[in-house]
Ligand binder design. Structure first.
Ligand SMILES: Cc1ncc(COP(=O)(O)O)c(C=O)c1O
Length: 462
């Protein structure tokens, strides 16, 4: 491979025919706990919230591969899959990496119609909802990437979308809201006065900045109140979403094989865990199967550091305590993070499968502050040409650090990261940085301990 031909394109017919079910690969079997009964959620309870195709996948702990239906594969082609993989020759050069010793590759999920990996699960969830005859989907969104992806997928499959968008992000990124409405979705600023949960937070503080945990509570309440027509979609965290995102890593592995490479270091940014785990799952499966031994790193925001400073406990998936309880790394479902630009990384918890992988030492985690990550994003934009989302900048920042370290130590390393999305709706973050106005937030141990202390004790499940 040389700089005149930096892009590895997978032939369309090679797009995976199956999702890779890491719950089966990892022997995962912990239940989701119902917030109503405090007992393992039954399929009936789950079916009140999610489409049945999603519930079947969520509770499948045995099949390593789960087929992707032809209609869904066709939707993926339409959404620009397989996505390209790039060798970042120009970034390598700017970092002064010597020869071919330290190499950087990235998978480019930013080429989807709405600009991120989120379409992979949005299309799947809208497809399963349509198959079941569901008329509307309610959801939350942080940065707006997920809401946009769901609005797009619902438009494609002819379903109504109702999106609760975290207020801090809604105001930082007004064009994301307009994009969702362009696809036909209705968008509410969360906390909103449309739900009881939203109203209760507005009573405490009419200017409440919102959080993903609160927006989830609002969307779930909407689903419970309109259960004859509506189901809920989640953009991350649950097993089914991580399953849909496994398409990224499966493609990436094949693309690296096409140029006779295998990553020593696999990196993804981490919000709820779906892009990180989706990108790393095929490599993690190799590690679990004893075939290879890559280092796999999740990069979170220092503003919501559940993997690096949280605890591994059963906790609620949302702030209003209407969503299921799961065992996860968490800094507490009551935690309201600072309004960093990487809105998609502001969630209080980590996916169950990511949490289990971290607990078993299969992966590691690190946290980054927003100034250093936007700086890395600017270098990436100047060299590779793509303007990354602030979330993605976290992965880029770590990839750069790992590359420099390997270079300084005289090591041979191949590094691969997932470019989870573009940042064209996030230019305010870049503007703030360029104008010297981008703040970094310090989170004290006391603040974290205070939030962790509020995690309810779920009897029999700790
Ligand atoms: C571009 C981008 N990357 C990453 C994430 C993090 O989400 P997750 O960890 O669930 O993949 C988000 C979330 O909104 C996002 O928009």
């Amino acid at each position: 491979m040389d700089a005149s031909n930096p892009i590895i394109r997978l032939p369309p017919e090679k797009m995976p025919k199956n999702f890779l079910n890491m719950a089966a690969v990892m022997g995962y079997g912990l239940p989701l706990i119902s917030p109503m009964t405090m007992q393992p959620a039954t399929p009936e309870e789950a079916l009140m919230i999610f489409p049945e195709g999603v519930v079947a996948q969520e509770m499948n702990f045995t099949d390593r591969e789960i087929p992707i239906e032809n209609e869904l594969r066709a939707a993926y082609y339409y959404a620009n899959r397989p996505t390209p993989m790039h060798r970042a020759f120009r970034l390598e050069k700017a970092l002064g990496l010597e020869g071919d010793r330290v190499k950087i590759f990235f998978k480019n999920e930013s080429v989807s119609p709405t600009g991120s990996h989120k379409t992979n699960t949005a299309l799947a969830q809208a497809f399963y909802a349509k198959k079941q005859g569901i008329k509307a989907i309610a959801t939350e969104t942080g940065a707006g990437q997920w809401g946009s992806a769901l609005a797009y997928a619902c438009a494609l499959f002819g379903i109504e979308a109702r999106v609760y968008m975290v207020r801090a992000s809604y105001r930082q990124k007004p064009y994301r809201g307009i994009l969702m409405r362009t696809y036909g979705a209705t968008v509410a600023e969360s906390p909103s006065d449309l739900t009881d949960v939203g109203k209760s937070f507005l009573e405490q503080d009419p200017e409440h900045p919102g959080s993903l945990g609160i927006a989830i509570s609002e969307a779930v309440e909407d689903v419970v109140k309109h259960n004859d027509t509506t189901r809920y979609s989640l953009g991350s965290v649950i097993n089914a979403v991580l399953l849909h995102q496994s398409i990224i890593g499966q493609e990436a592995k094949m693309q690296m094989e096409m140029v006779k490479e295998y990553p020593d270091i696999v990196i993804g940014c981490h919000g709820g865990g779906s892009n990180f785990f989706g990108f790393s799952s095929a490599f993690l499966a190799d590690k679990i199967d004893g075939k290879k031994d890559p280092t796999i790193i999740a990069v979170e925001s220092a503003a919501a550091p559940k993997l690096t400073r949280g605890v591994y406990k059963f906790d609620y998936g949302d702030t209003g305590h209407v969503a299921p309880i799961a065992k996860m790394y968490t800094i507490g479902s009551a935690f309201v993070p600072a309004p960093v630009h990487a809105g998609g990384l502001r969630y209080h918890g980590a996916a169950m499968l990511v949490s289990m992988a971290l607990d078993k030492g299969l992966i590691s985690a690190t946290a980054k502050k927003q100034t250093e990550v936007i700086e890395a994003g600017i270098l990436f934009a100047k060299t590779e040409g793509f303007v990354p989302a602030p979330e993605t900048c976290h992965a880029i920042c770590e990839a750069i650090e790992q590359a420099k370290m390997a270079n300084d130590n005289g090591e041979k390393k191949t590094i691969a990261f997932n470019c989870s999305g573009h940042g064209y709706f996030d230019m305010a973050a870049y503007g703030d940085y360029l104008d010297g106005k981008l703040p970094d937030y310090e989170l004290s141990d006391e603040e974290i301990q205070e939030s962790i202390a509020k995690i309810p004790s779920i009897e029999g499940f700790q």
